[in-house]
Design a protein around this ligand. Sequence first.
Ligand SMILES: Cc1cc2nc3c(=O)[nH]c(=O)nc-3n(C[C@H](O)[C@H](O)[C@H](O)COP(=O)(O)O)c2cc1C
Length: 158
Amino acid sequence: MKLDLTILVGTMTGTAQLVAQELELTLEDEHTRVQTRLMDGLDAGVFNGGGLFLVCTSTYGQGDVPDNAKGLYGALQTARPDLSRVRYGVIALGDRTYAETFCNGGKRFDAILAELGAIRIGEPLLHDASAGTLPEEAAVQWAGPWIDRCRETLTLAA
Ligand SMILES: Cc1cc2nc3c(=O)[nH]c(=O)nc-3n(C[C@H](O)[C@H](O)[C@H](O)COP(=O)(O)O)c2cc1C
């Protein structure tokens, strides 16, 4: 079974996009098709029909989602679609300097997706920009076992 993964990117200064590009290079193979989409202009319809998604987003302001993610996040809050056919993972980029709101952008997406019935696979990756590790390297390490777990879960469900 070929896995179809859509990476949704919320970013202000391009880090999350770079992470998604690395993931696409690493995960795309004969078993996995990867499509990366910036969140700009997306609404809740991106989840129509369900499927496997990886939300890869940074955090800004008072623990907010980045500007290009506000439309999609707001649409989920107002449209409240049934996302029970959605499976997802979360890569949250943040900085522990912002102790109160660390990685809240990703945490917010995790919360709204779960609230709408989507089922998360695995624990979110929370990346700390102050930790001295490169987010794209941390993401690639995290994503190997994650995609294996997705394959197991989705094959069992099929
Ligand atoms: C103005 C500003 C506000 C930020 N606010 C937060 C925050 O509240 N919580 C957090 O964990 N990280 C915060 N960050 C850190 C970013 O989320 C982090 O650097 C991330 O890697 C940036 O990714 P991007 O280039 O994809 O936007 C902030 C960064 C800036 C520049």
